[in-house]
Design a protein around this ligand. Structure first.
Ligand SMILES: [Zn+2]
Length: 408
């Protein structure tokens, strides 16, 4: 028996409004006291992060572990607190990122689209339209290589097609980038077409069309979770208006989602890849904390209650096993897992889920006191402290919170 990967959850579960009154009111607004605890913790952690970044890898441009991720955090803080100095910081860090692009990958989190998209929005907010436009043009330059079906580009979020697609959504939400809405829609259609083609090809090649019309792999493994796998891809294929033809969503995506749903373990968690029978990982990247977004989207689109039930089971798994010994980050840490509760709160409005997110926030606010292992990039957005700060800031406006670089 291997050692447990999570701490035993020390917090009492939600029993009714009384147990939450120190944290939020019944409209879901955080109490002044709790909000100011969060804000002062954010300031404290930011100071630690800034100091530690002096020793970070100067050449890592990425959103996942590098400078674009730190810039994205500051952009987020600027959105929430409105403090101009945060926007200035975002500019400094994203400029740093642009000087060392990968020249290889095209996604938001691990490639060059992320730094360019973040820079475009920073320049837009600074009212520098020419600089913003140049970043957008460089970003759109990748489009053709993404939609071409040369078979070498994967489809998943970290290195593949949907990871490029997210960068288009990011610039569209926050600025002006496209000549017209039509241009954006056409680009989303083209990418989703390429993703559907790729999934049908692999399903046919593996002779599993009867079970699942779509299948995807990354490094020869059929990953299931949000970062490298099916759940992350299907989440985008179910967004309204991303795929041409409602019938294709019903005939290709829905049965593929159903195939994935039946991979569920008795615990309510999901395997890291198809065929793995070890119920070990409860991370955003592998397991229920990432699959939950696909399930909620399936419930929204198809209206089938079972998807929501499965999502609620994910919530139970996260509550039991989500305080990870890996730390407090987004990809495989307590902060990333807590976003699953916020997703459930947004769809159900049940205060239990907001309460659970607040308890995980309390855990995160005791950063470093539980004997967790130190991640490889301890200050970064996806593995480290920047991600924890991002989550704490999002909790101040829980109904608007979105898992960064992923949720639409
Ligand atoms: Zn991870």
């Amino acid at each position: 028996m291997s050692e447990p990967r999570a701490f035993k959850n020390p917090y009492p579960d939600y029993t009714g409004p009384g147990c939450a009154q120190d944290f939020f009111d019944m409209q879901g607004n955080l109490t002044q006291h709790f909000a100011s605890c969060i804000s002062s913790k954010i300031s404290e952690l930011l100071a630690v992060m800034e100091n530690g970044l002096k020793n970070a890898d100067p050449r890592d441009c990425t959103g996942y572990t590098g400078w674009a991720g730190i810039a994205l955090l500051y952009l987020h803080l600027h959105s929430i607190f409105g403090d101009f100095s945060f926007l200035q910081k975002a500019l400094d860090y994203v400029s740093h990122s642009l000087r060392s692009l990968t020249q290889r990958w095209v996604t938001f989190l691990c490639g060059d689209a992320g730094p360019l998209a973040v820079a475009a929005v920073v320049y837009h907010r600074l009212q520098k339209p020419h600089e913003a436009e140049e970043c957008v043009n460089r970003l759109l330059h990748f489009h053709q290589s993404v939609v071409q079906g040369n078979g070498r580009l994967p489809d998943e979020l970290l290195y593949g097609r949907v990871g490029y697609l997210y960068s288009l959504i990011f610039i569209n939400h926050t600025c002006f980038a496209f000549d017209s809405l039509f241009d954006l829609i056409m680009r989303l259609f083209q990418i989703c077409d390429a993703v559907l083609d790729s999934g049908q090809n692999l399903s046919q090649k593996n002779k599993i069309q009867e079970q699942t019309p779509l299948m995807y792999e990354w490094y020869q493994e059929e990953y299931v979770g949000a970062a490298h796998g099916l759940a992350g891809i299907y989440y985008y294929l179910m967004q309204p208006g991303f795929v041409v033809g409602e019938d294709r969503v019903y005939h290709l995506v829905k049965p593929s989602v159903n195939y994935m749903c039946q991979l569920r373990f008795p615990s309510g968690n999901y395997p890291p890849w198809v065929g793995d029978s070890r119920d070990l990982l409860v991370h955003w990247c592998h397991g229920s904390p990432g699959v939950i977004y696909m399930l909620i989207q399936a419930f929204k689109v198809f209206g089938v209650r079972q998807y929501l039930e499965d999502a609620l089971h994910c919530g139970e798994v996260i509550w039991q096993r989500g305080l990870l010994k890996k730390g407090y980050g987004l990809c495989h840490g307590a902060a990333g897992n807590a976003y699953g509760f916020l997703a459930l709160y947004k769809i159900t409005q049940d205060p239990k889920h907001l309460y659970r997110a607040c308890m995980f926030a309390d855990w995160c606010m005791n950063y470093g006191k539980h004997g967790c292992r130190t991640p490889d990039t301890p200050l970064s957005l996806f593995e480290g402290m920047a991600g924890t700060i991002y989550f704490l800031a999002d909790l101040l406006q829980p109904t608007r919170a979105k898992f960064p670089a992923f949720e639409v």
